[in-house]
Design a protein around this ligand. Structure first.
Ligand SMILES: *[C@@H]1O[C@H](CO)[C@@H](O)[C@H](O)[C@H]1NC(C)=O
Ligand SMILES: *[C@@H]1O[C@H](CO)[C@@H](O)[C@H](O)[C@H]1NC(C)=O
Ligand SMILES: *[C@@H]1O[C@H](CO)[C@@H](O)[C@H](O)[C@H]1NC(C)=O
Ligand SMILES: *[C@@H]1O[C@H](CO)[C@@H](O)[C@H](O)[C@H]1NC(C)=O
Ligand SMILES: *[C@@H]1O[C@H](CO)[C@@H](O)[C@H](O)[C@H]1NC(C)=O
Ligand SMILES: *[C@@H]1O[C@H](CO)[C@@H](O)[C@H](O)[C@H]1NC(C)=O
Length: 426
């Protein structure tokens, strides 16, 4: 290349002196760029959004990623190769679990997980994920375990746990709960109708929270979001709300991501798929108000996604299980994505400067088939409902995902366990 450039610059010979200068300059610039290996910058200097809010663009047009992130656009979690000999979550053959969060207190790592509620065979029709569900606390030596069962924190029916420490130190558990405020009727309409459709009826599922000064309780609880206290609008995309996850703005405002879906699935269009919405409250205790007029990631897959990843273009947007967190750069979200490019691994990432207006990326966030350090492979039929264990800056240290090697059907408990995978920091 160098020789060619040197030679070419000598043979440029046009009668017009100005043109000659121009051509030589262009050629020189081209050669300099080629020789120094310069490629088109992938981000503009100083931009954080070009780097997915997980880093910042330097003056060479390259993203410099925050701890825990990698990739051209800081769009990939930097996983450590998983090792079976090291702690990696919670598997209990006699008590399936389905994700949650880890909170540190008193020298102990406390995992608050969604778990199978009552455990005494023979099981009846109500022994399903949507019905037979409680929230438990485990105690562990590290954020990845090993863990020991400690107690049932909130009995059947409490579901889809996310636990976080509020700015004032209070421990908060967000979940969906039975609106009656008492033990749900496990023989209710919700639990008796085979299949999942019953859970899409307005049913008894509303977003609630429990709070306590300590991970050990005692807990108080209440409903915080029931958009339809009276008659349900079954054709609204906000008909059924669940999967709450909360983070706090610097001024103490609670920013809650949740999943919502139209209840009336039979008499409707294919736009009826799970969507993500945002609610906020001036304080963790409420009141929570829905802010999203439209699904935050839109109704359809973004037009500007690579066509090779999105087939067909314009497919109906569908995400659930949001996990929201914040860093100095803004707000971040992991979701269980049901879009085609994510179907096999089910993880996607989105970001937002203000917590209200969001961008979803097409990139895959985790593997469904995990190769361990010893070379063995776990074939996860489901890997979803993500959460992160974060450092004090909001940089991810561990990814928590419930997984199941045997059962695909999300209505049933199967062999679910909570896998906790380490993320590297430099
Ligand atoms: C596994 O679950 C059972 C409840 O079914 C519980 O009694 C036991 O302590 C759990 N084991 C561990 C190691 O947490
Ligand atoms: C859902 O609720 C409506 C109104 O209460 C009821 O008519 C319908 O049978 C229910 N559908 C299912 C599948 O439970
Ligand atoms: C119910 O929601 C649908 C869809 O958003 C809307 O078109 C309709 O006006 C709503 N019905 C009522 C009674 O508010
Ligand atoms: C607090 O921060 C939130 C999120 O950035 C913002 O929407 C809200 O207006 C702020 N509230 C006050 C009182 O400044
Ligand atoms: C479905 O969508 C089409 C076009 O978007 C609309 O004309 C039709 O009314 C919708 N049907 C229902 C049942 O919402
Ligand atoms: C995982 O491995 C199984 C068995 O080889 C294969 O059928 C499946 O397609 C793989 N899944 C993904 C997401 O690669």
């Amino acid at each position: 290349m160098a020789l060619l450039c040197a030679h070419a610059s000598r043979v440029i010979d046009t009668p017009n002196y100005t043109q000659q200068i121009m051509w030589s300059t262009l050629l020189l610039l081209f050669c300099l760029a080629a020789l120094s290996g310069t490629v088109a910058p992938i981000c503009s200097e100083g931009s954080e959004t070009d780097c997915s809010l997980n880093g910042v663009c330097n003056n060479e047009g390259v993203c410099v990623c925050d701890p825990g992130w990698k990739g051209d656009k800081c769009n990939q979690l930097k996983f450590k190769p998983p090792n079976r000999l090291e702690p990696h979550g919670y598997f209990n053959g006699s008590m399936p679990t389905w994700g949650g969060d880890v909170i540190y207190e008193n020298g102990i790592y406390h995992a608050f997980l969604t778990a199978k509620g009552y455990n005494t065979p023979p099981y009846d029709e109500s022994d399903r994920y949507v019905c037979n569900t409680a929230i438990i606390r485990l105690e562990g030596k590290s954020p990845a375990g090993p863990f020991e069962f400690a107690e049932v924190v909130l009995p059947v029916y409490h579901h889809e746990t996310h636990a976080i420490r509020a700015p004032d130190g209070t421990i908060l558990i967000y979940m969906i709960k039975y609106q009656g405020g008492h033990m749900p009727d496990l023989l209710s309409e919700l639990c008796l109708i085979p299949g999942c459709d019953a859970s899409y009826n307005k049913s008894h599922m509303v977003i609630g929270m429990a709070w306590s000064k300590s991970v050990y309780g005692p807990w108080e609880e209440k409903v915080i979001l029931d958009p339809w206290p009276g008659l349900v609008n079954r054709s609204s995309w906000l008909c059924q709300t669940n999967c709450p996850s909360v983070v706090f703005a610097p001024n103490g405002t609670a920013v809650m991501a949740f999943r919502s879906v139209q209840c009336d699935r039979l008499n409707s269009n294919s736009t009826v798929k799970e969507k993500i919405a945002i609610a906020t409250a001036p304080h963790w205790s409420g009141p929570y108000t829905i802010q999203s007029k439209e699904p935050v990631f839109g109704w359809h897959a973004p037009e500007d996604w690579p066509p090779s990843l999105v087939y067909p273009v314009g497919q109906i947007m569908s995400n659930e299980d949001p996990f929201i967190w914040r860093t100095k750069r803004g707000y971040h979200m992991l979701v269980h994505s049901q879009l085609l490019p994510h179907l096999s691994t089910r993880g996607a990432y989105g970001y937002s400067k203000d917590g209200l207006s969001w961008t979803l990326l097409p990139d895959l966030m985790w593997d469904a088939n995990m190769t361990w350090a010893d070379g063995s492979v776990s074939y996860f039929k489901r890997r979803q409902a993500p959460a992160l264990y974060l450092d004090t800056n909001g940089y991810p240290l561990y990814l928590l995902t419930p997984v199941d090697e045997l059962y695909q059907n999300g209505c049933n408990w199967g062999n679910g366990w909570t896998f906790i995978q380490s993320i590297e920091h430099d």
